[in-house]
Design a protein around this ligand. Sequence first.
Ligand SMILES: [Zn+2]
Length: 401
Amino acid sequence: MLIKSSDFVFSLILIFCSIAHQDGMAQRCSVADSVGNGKIISTITPFEKRSAYRFQVVFHVMFTNDDENISMIQILSQLEILNKIYDENVSSEDPNIPQEFRKLKASPNIHFCLADKDPNGQITNGVTRTKINDINIACKKFAGNKRYIMHTSLGGLDIWPPDQYINIYAINREQCNALGESVFPWDATMEDDGIIIDYRAIGFIGTAANNKPFHQGKTLVHEMGHYFGLKHLSGDHHNDCLGDDFVSDTPIQSDDYSGCPSNPQSSCGNKAMYMNYMCTVDDPCMLLFTKGQVDRMHSIIQQYRYELANHSCIDVPETSIDELFLIYNQGFYQIKNQDNKPWSGNCELIDTRGHLIWASASKQSISLSIPVFNINLHPGMYFLRISQNNSHKTFKFINFP
Ligand SMILES: [Zn+2]
């Protein structure tokens, strides 16, 4: 199988990762079943401005077996989703969002990069890997709400300085009651801060690929919302309508919903915004942050996490599109370069009749994936055109059945 560019011929790299599908565990912050989104063709938007905030993240992969030791490609797929949602140029209204909520959608304007230096100043790829003996530490706590996983002396791994890095732990959370957990900014200490995610809910490749309905990397999108101070829309009052998320443009509701509800849903006399990232529906059904939520995140960052924003990998050089290649992995085509360096560019996928099948843009991201399933990519030959300023590059490839 060959992929050709106008200038070069690249061999298609097939990387096979093992897949773990867990039937029993199906809670995000409490959740259930799924429905696909159908065909979505996004449009290219120009890069408007630099992101308001940039944060460096470190993924701590805590494993007892090879399956839990998730691949770098899978971690990159998570970073791609984070940036796609948190650093999106929202230019047009999403038809999948109910009409009454469409105009409220806003981009947090926050960008995430992988840490390139560890706390000792040594070069890192932004991922640590630690073999552990006791998987039960995934959600174990002791006095003062300290988490075992965040302490080396308790069988976990000490967090990297939380005023410089966002610490994200990937671990088997089969023993826990939810796929993810986050430390609210007002609860954070220098010893306990960060996010813990089940290894099957990281990104959309590898162990996440078959983990439906939590297979699109939205668990971390939700938990990152908590990390920046957002609460569930219900304010965690499920029996009355007295809960508050302290956001003015989200409705009062007593339910955070699960599965993929049909529209409309009513709660506390309002139309419920069940498709908000801070509800607990399935991955394909989470669709928006509101302007009010973005405002709240920004003010919480100013108040609690400003130091962190000052320590980001701000000056990581971007690579040119000449260094990009296309790999096929677990049903996805990923556009990236050898060294996992960020790049920016517009991408268009065109069929042999010249029809635009899909378009997207990378804004200083490391990888960009063609969502083969969402766009229902038929077998056949395609051209992937990448543009960066005035230079272009085209890959020609065959999508086999
Ligand atoms: Zn939650």
